[in-house]
Design a binder for this molecule. Structure first.
Ligand SMILES: Nc1ncnc2c1ncn2[C@@H]1O[C@H](COP(=O)(O)OP(=O)(O)OP(=O)(O)O)[C@@H](O)[C@H]1O
Ligand SMILES: [Mg+2]
Length: 149
């Protein structure tokens, strides 16, 4: 599997951003420090968002409205004990922007019907490299994945 440094990972995200449409959902799966937020930063850049803020611990959802499409960045790590179902996430998923979710395993019943899941793996041999794999659910995610790989 190909390994990417941080710059390459962000460049991939920036390229993906150009293909995104309203209603697309990206689920970012991987351990602490795997690069999910770093990837989101590249995505934000590709959408033309100027004021991207690295997600602070106590904000679950951040909205960015100044890019080509709205970006809804959700980090639901703190919902590991449940509660994602109460956030009304469907409104974001079906909204007029792009949704990005870190720690999607905590979505529970709020898991959307269609999504592109990106799995982040630390390269066991190199601290500064990451490997990505993908799970595409639904035709839209499959089209995105075909463009990406
Ligand atoms: N190839 C790489 N790709 C992405 N990040 C890398 C890479 N190599 C090193 N890093 C570093 O790994 C860290 C990734 O942090 P990041 O906040 O993106 O992780 P995360 O998956 O969002 O973690 P969390 O679950 O805590 O939110 C950063 O410090 C980044 O500089
Ligand atoms: Mg993060």
């Amino acid at each position: 599997m190909e390994s990417l440094n941080e710059q390459q990972l962000q460049a991939l995200a920036t390229a993906l951003a150009a293909k995104l449409q309203a209603g697309d959902v990206l689920l970012l799966d991987g351990d602490l420090g795997a690069g999910k937020t770093s990837f989101t930063k590249g995505l934000a850049s590709g959408l033309g968002i100027a004021d991207y803020i690295k997600s602070p611990t106590f904000t679950i959802i951040r909205e960015y409205q100044d890019g080509r499409l709205p970006l809804y960045h959700m980090d639901i790590y703190r919902l590991e004990d449940g509660g994602a179902g109460d956030l009304g996430l469907e409104e974001y998923f079906e909204g007029d922007g792009v949704s990005v979710v870190e720690w999607p395993e905590f979505l529970g019943d709020a898991l959307p019907e269609a999504y592109l899941m990106i799995h982040f793996h630390k390269d066991p041999a190199h601290d500064d490299l990451r490997q990505l794999s993908y799970t595409a659910v639904g035709p839209r995610a499959q089209a995105l994945l075909a463009d990406l790989t």
